[in-house]
Design a protein around this ligand. Structure first.
Ligand SMILES: [Zn+2]
Length: 201
């Protein structure tokens, strides 16, 4: 039996941190210790920020983004092109595209990808909301910015079928050689995708 070295309050912090993605028990203990040691400049502000997040952060009923206002500030931004919707699997993907500053349209977060083996069917993803938005008459193009994985691509295929009756143009991200990539280092799948989606200069 392992001996308890700290009080239940500290154990609780370690346990909760250990549930975060990417943190095993050892990293959770390290993180908990760092928080407790740096009480004033880390633990107290973090506790405050978390309490505020619990209070204020809501999921946007339109696109699924997280924000402190509803609908979210991206959906409400009048400078954005409302005829274009970029569909992503997770909010992290939306953040990545926003960091790159390459999307001037709106977003739609599915909340994952189809995965029959894990019991994730279409009803578990925000697909009906997307079809409704596509059918609203305002939207002209839907970009499927899904992961280039088997699940991501089968989700894209399913969405294309669901969106077909709306008549909206459905596109997907290009696949192939990454910017700065050298051909010799790429795997066969990436090279095949690059050849397949070649374009005229
Ligand atoms: Zn939104």
């Amino acid at each position: 039996m392992t001996r308890k070295v700290s009080g239940p309050e500290i154990e609780r912090i370690v346990q909760l941190l250990g549930r975060l993605p990417g943190l095993g028990p050892r990293s959770a203990r390290k993180a908990a210790l760092a928080l407790i040691k740096r009480r004033n400049d880390l633990l107290v502000p973090l506790a405050g920020a978390l309490a505020e997040a619990v209070e204020k952060i809501v999921e946007c009923p339109t696109c699924g983004n997280l924000d402190t206002v509803s609908p979210c500030s991206l959906c409400e931004d009048p400078r954005r092109d409302r005829s274009l919707i970029v569909v992503v699997e997770e909010i992290g993907d939306l953040w990545a595209l926003e960091r790159a500053g390459v999307v001037n349209g709106l977003y739609h977060v599915l909340g994952g990808h189809l995965s029959p083996l894990d019991g994730v069917g279409p009803d578990r993803l925000n697909i009906s909301g997307l079809v409704q938005r596509a059918a609203s008459g305002e939207v002209q193009e839907i970009v499927l910015a899904l992961n280039a994985t088997v699940e991501g691509q089968s989700t894209a295929h399913y969405l294309t079928e669901q969106l077909a009756p709306t008549g909206v143009v459905v596109t997907r991200l290009a696949q192939g050689v990454p910017v700065g990539g050298e051909l010799d280092y790429l795997d066969e799948g990436t090279l095949a995708a690059a050849i397949k989606s070649r374009k005229r200069l």
